[in-house]
Design a protein around this ligand. Structure first.
Ligand SMILES: [Zn+2]
Length: 449
């Protein structure tokens, strides 16, 4: 799930840092010390090196705004959008100018029509995979994970790696009680029901299988089927629905719930939770067996009813540190933000990685730099770049969000590493290795396990 409002216009990295880097010293705000010449030199040199590193993007939702398969969810009716993702962020204009030569300095609806027409013409001109391949080339992105319902006909499987959603498998029963809880769930849950319905049909089933074992077999078949169709990982958005604190019920308990509600009736909250706890554990075990990394949304989320405390990555600690799942690779999406400082310690476990997607869009580079510095000085081999690119509307799309995410991360990374070198925490050579690791090498390793 992306954090963007689908109808909103977005975002540009004009940070204090950049301000300091570009303004003559006498124009700097008094509170900001002028960067030393040594800092500036080191930063410039590192940024040049970093800009040349091809990126492996661990998480995003590429596609056009009119494509229903971009995500398995959509924005709920009520949401308070943080400052940087609001419609009037001037960074959006900079992105459209850089990628498409947008000639205007505002977002007026008439001017945005120019952008809509420009993109439509390019889509005509750049058939098949070429449109999005060109965007990746322009941004020096080598490969990008596409977290989508299906990969879609216009994204090249050579450049885009498909990660598919599995949350629908956790909602097979009558969901009226879940839906009634709040307006967000009333939007999300019916989408999961519809998805499960088509997944049953895909596996030639008219209804839920007769026994719990058959249901588990159906789940495995579906995952294997998606893997055969190019899937390289599974994704849980389950933090949008319930707590990430998964209990450890017996198979008999989950089986009893399945048998009781397979053909109807509304499970109690406890019964549904037991069933989901078991299913979640079953799916992460299967993913380990099939060498499919498990991506889990662990951070804040859109919607005014989203529970930040329920979805903190620390709630997963009992699962992540459980030796039974030692052969499953976990990728904690969005770095557990706003608990990113604690979440990095979860990567002490060999099979756990932290991804920075979304955080690099919520936080301007001046703040994001501090996150990267903290992470890099603890587990530089366990963190991966992610964009969370997403189409906002027909004018401002995934193209612009890729641009902003990539640019922000490169700037923040150069700033973090410059500080680390000048503080004598790392050598310049180490810093360059870390840059490659975060932007590219760690993710490549993760998906080749
Ligand atoms: Zn996302």
């Amino acid at each position: 799930m992306s954090f963007f409002r689908r109808q909103a216009v977005l975002i540009v990295p004009t940070t204090l840092f950049l301000l300091a880097a570009t303004l003559p010293a006498q124009q700097l705000p008094e509170a900001v010390p002028a960067p030393s010449a040594a800092y500036q030199q080191m930063y410039d040199r590192l940024l040049e090196t970093i800009n040349a590193i091809p990126i492996f993007d661990n998480h995003g939702h590429p596609g056009f705004a009119d494509d229903p398969n971009v995500d398995a969810m959509t924005s709920p009716p009520e949401l308070s959008t943080p400052l940087r993702l609001r419609d009037d962020n001037p960074e959006l204009i900079a992105a459209s100018k850089a990628l498409f030569g947008y000639p205007y300095d505002d977002h007026s609806p008439e001017h945005l029509q120019w952008l809509v027409k420009k993109k439509a013409a390019l889509r005509q001109e750049q058939q098949g995979y070429q449109y999005f391949d060109t965007i990746l080339d322009r941004l020096n992105i080598e490969k990008a994970v596409a977290n989508r319902v299906v990969l879609g006909p216009y994204l090249s499987p050579k450049r885009f790696l498909w990660v598919f959603f599995v949350d629908s498998l956790l909602f097979p029963f009558d969901n009226h009680a879940v839906i009634a809880r709040n307006g967000d769930l009333a939007v999300y849950v019916p989408m999961q029901e519809k998805k499960l319905h088509s997944e049953l049909a895909q596996e030639s089933l008219q209804q839920l299988p007769a026994t719990f074992d058959d249901y588990l077999q159906f789940a495995t078949r579906l995952v294997k089927h998606n893997q055969k169709n190019g899937g390289v990982g599974i994704k849980f958005e389950i933090g949008y629905f319930r707590s990430l604190n998964f209990g450890d019920p017996s198979k008999q308990m989950a089986e009893a719930v399945y048998e009781k509600y397979r053909s109807g009736g509304i499970p109690s909250e406890t019964e549904y939770r037991d069933f989901q706890d078991y299913l979640f554990r079953y799916l992460i075990s299967e993913a380990g067996r099939l060498h499919l990394p498990v991506q889990i949304h662990t951070a804040v989320g859109v919607g005014d009813y989203y529970s930040v405390s329920n979805s903190t990555a620390l709630n997963l600690e009992n699962v992540l540190r459980d030796p039974r799942y030692g052969s499953t690779t976990f990728v904690l999406l969005h770095g557990g933000y706003p608990f990113q400082e604690q979440s990095i310690w979860l990567t002490a476990r060999k099979n756990v990685y932290l991804d920075s997607s979304l955080m690099g869009l919520y936080l301007y580079p001046a703040d994001f730099k501090n996150v990267l510095r903290h992470w890099l000085l603890l587990y530089p081999d366990k963190i991966v770049f992610g964009s969370d690119a997403f189409p906002f509307n027909e004018a401002v799309g995934a193209e612009e969000s890729y641009w902003i995410a990539v640019r922000s991360a490169r700037i923040a990374l150069a700033a973090a590493l410059t500080e680390m070198i000048l503080n004598h925490e790392v050598t310049e050579q180490q810093a360059v290795t870390f840059a490659h690791a975060y932007l590219h090498d760690n993710a490549v390793k993760l998906y080749s396990n």
